[in-house]
Design a protein around this ligand. Sequence first.
Ligand code: CA
Length: 220
Amino acid sequence: MTTILIVEDEQRIASFVEKGLRAEGFTTLWAPTGADGIFHATEGDADLIVLDLGLPDIDGLDALASMRGQGVTTPVIVLTARTTPSATLASLEGGADDYMPKPFRFEELLARIRLRLRAAAPVEQSAHILTHGDIALDLKERTIRANGVTSVLTAREFALAETFLRNPGAVLSRAQLLSRVWGYDFDPNSNVVDVYVRYLRKKIGTDRLETVRGMGYRLT
Ligand code: CA
């Protein structure tokens, strides 16, 4: 799973971003202070860092300098209300990969996160194809190929397919799939997982997703 570290003191903003990212299948980690952010960054806990500049303990730019100074190469997107050209420049010169002025639209932040993650992906992943047997998921085009047929996936179908392809042969429970694909606040009694497994089966073949009675589903 791809983990996004959110260094942001305002809980309202942090939970807004976390909720959105989890719904897109990311794992999130919240650091309410610069010190917490530096700790997680240097521990290598994150694949990407969203960093607020106005933090209660230290300035975000100093936190960024500290991370980079300790050899952290994780992509950083700065999120801030400071929108002067000099603040933008200071962020980029300080080692940020991108810059988002507040207020921002979640979709725009998400697009930038995806872009930075792609740019940071190791070469072997540059084809953006996840495979299992003859099933191939194109992470860039959001299509899946199985039985010689390529199908376009909706956002949820894609997140579900990606979860299965990243855990081939593992039994994934409804609760695991709900939390990874729909986010933590989804009703656990919902049958949405079964509905989307059905959608996915229509695209890749019924026998590819095995129902493991009482446990969940498995990609065969
Ligand atoms: Ca702040």
